[in-house]
Design a protein around this ligand. Structure first.
Ligand SMILES: [Zn+2]
Length: 308
């Protein structure tokens, strides 16, 4: 007998869901995790969220490695490069320049990074000359001033009693269970006309459509929700955002990681180098660029604006 899954889609409110099963594969822990896929918008949500998710985050999880501070000389070079980059000089982009550019930031903008891990990104922006930076992560070790006007807060954005010109989330959105609440908190903490950038995997990904639970960015059970573009637009517009632009920025990782899982191996940099030649890795890199051009890649940047 088929039992109809209970619940509603966290993105479009549809109750037409179907379920499939996935395992923890990054560490090779296995388990039985049930994802619900919305038949209306295609978004994914984990229905049996473990009570203690910390079991699934290894101690050396990348976002909690120690902050790396560069030398004063290197900082000076980074600052000059950022100034030139923001004024439109090509060829000097930092690795994250492609998404920063589209936010059209001002160095004085008050910027929040939600789910900032150790705060490395806001530190880099500080070095680049930005003057009002706040990282939020309830799993940080504690509050810290990383540099002048660059703060790491061990709390949720919702606990902040001030608002921002720009809020960004870099692959933290999918780790939070309530997308509507997360986006509402962002909305409430943006100044009128403020900008929100959400970078996240999406369920429209060709790799997911083809490989289902072997898709590396399903990442059970750490990824609690994965929107489709349709689902994300639906919840964002309901809250009062304008979804201005969707830019694909998927990488070779979508193929390399998924291939590893198909072979039955856990994910590690050693395994990537062991099972793929540099030529194969390069081919996948080019394939990712092609997927991004065609809108088939497995992650995007959502650019939103809070309507005045
Ligand atoms: Zn839906």
């Amino acid at each position: 007998m088929l039992i109809k899954p209970s619940g509603i889609c966290k993105f479009c409110n549809s109750s037409s869901l179907h379920e499939f099963q996935a395992q923890e594969r990054m560490l090779g822990l296995g388990g039985k995790f049930i994802y619900q896929e919305c038949r209306n918008c295609g978004s994914l949500q984990l229905s049996n969220i473990p009570k203690d998710l910390s079991t699934y985050y290894p101690k050396d999880y990348y976002s909690f490695s120690p902050l790396v501070k560069s030398s004063p000389l290197k900082n000076l070079i980074k600052k000059v490069r950022m100034k030139l980059f923001l004024s439109g000089v090509a060829g000097l982009a930092p690795s994250y320049g492609y998404w920063l550019n589209r936010l059209e930031p001002n160095l004085k903008d008050k910027i929040a990074d939600v789910g900032c891990g150790n705060g490395q990104l806001i530190y880099e922006l500080h070095v680049g000359g930005f003057k009002n930076l706040h990282g939020f992560d309830p799993f940080a070790e504690g509050d810290a001033m990383l540099a002048e006007n660059c703060y790491l807060w061990k709390k949720e954005l919702s606990e902040a009693d001030y608002s921002f010109d720009i809020i960004m989330m870099h692959h933290s959105f999918e780790h939070m269970s309530d997308p509507k609440q997360v986006l509402t908190d962002c909305y409430n903490h943006l100044n009128p006309g403020g900008k929100l950038l959400v970078r996240t995997p999406i369920s429209d990904a060709k790799v997911f459509q083809e490989e289902m639970e072997l898709w590396v960015q399903l990442d059970a059970p750490r990824h609690l929700v994965i929107p489709s573009i349709k689902g994300f637009r639906s919840v964002a517009e309901e809250i009062g955002f304008d979804l201005k632009e969707v830019v694909f920025d998927s990488e070779a990782f979508q193929f390399l990681g998924t291939e590893l899982y198909k072979k039955g191996y856990p994910l590690s940099p050693e395994n990537l180098d062991k099972y793929f030649t540099p030529e194969e890795q390069m081919e996948y890199k080019e394939k990712a660029l092609l997927y991004n051009e065609k809108g088939l890649g497995d992650q995007v940047c959502f650019y939103l604006v809070k309507k005045d």
